[in-house]
Design a protein around this ligand. Structure first.
Ligand SMILES: [Zn+2]
Length: 209
């Protein structure tokens, strides 16, 4: 997940009333952005704008969970994150450098510092919400970390922006880069079909779960 360009997690918002069989809406959230690296067909700025244009065309209001050290801590990346807020999307917190809370090398205090440092940046953006998306969706592999984070978020007035639906979109991103690095003009239709089939399969699997 950390290596993905921009990670799309589709969150089935649990807005359904008790007794209703299915959730009635889906929230689109994008993690790990903005990133400043170029991809075979697009500069970082163009890619950012392409995503925003698509969301606007489809009239989707989404959320961007910023990993500030990937770009938003510099002028170019900050401008890209700001464009999301200005377009009406929500801006959330996804740490500074994307550490893994479950790692033995990452202390609870370090992880919390990462959130505070990211907050100092994202709080200045339009669309800012006190929403935290756990990196790698890991909420702590021991009670001290898990409970420490829950208390910390509550103290800050932050909400856990959990997901109820996850995909391996990062794996498709790896493949996309591989294909385009060999041939920037490659026909991406087959990959697109596979990706859509994957998302659909995940949607059905998580619904069943
Ligand atoms: Zn992430």
């Amino acid at each position: 997940m950390g290596k993905s360009l921009i990670r799309l997690a589709v969150v089935a918002a649990m807005l359904a009333l008790a007794g209703t069989a299915l959730a009635q809406s889906v929230a689109f959230t994008f993690d790990d952005g903005p990133q400043l690296s170029e991809t075979p067909r697009m500069t970082a700025q163009r890619r950012n704008q392409a995503i925003l244009d698509t969301l606007a065309r489809r009239e989707v209001q989404a959320a961007l969970f910023v990993t500030a050290g990937y770009g938003a801590n510099r002028a170019e990346g900050y401008a890209m994150a700001k464009a999301w807020g200005q377009a009406g999307h929500a801006i959330g917190n996804h740490t500074m450098t994307h550490p893994d809370l479950d790692s033995a090398k990452v202390s609870l205090a370090q992880y919390q510092r990462e959130i505070l440092d990211c907050d100092a940046i994202v709080r200045t953006l339009p669309g800012y919400q006190k929403w935290f998306r756990y990196t790698c969706l890991r909420e702590g592999n021991m009670p001290e970390k898990r409970d420490g984070m829950r208390a910390f978020l509550q103290q800050l007035g932050y909400r856990n922006a959990y997901v109820s639906f996850d995909t391996s979109d990062w794996r498709f991103d790896d493949k996309l880069r591989e294909v385009l690095s060999k041939n920037p003009q490659a026909d991406l239709a087959p990959l697109r079909q596979l990706y859509l089939a994957h998302v659909k399969q995940r949607a059905l699997a998580y619904r069943a779960l």
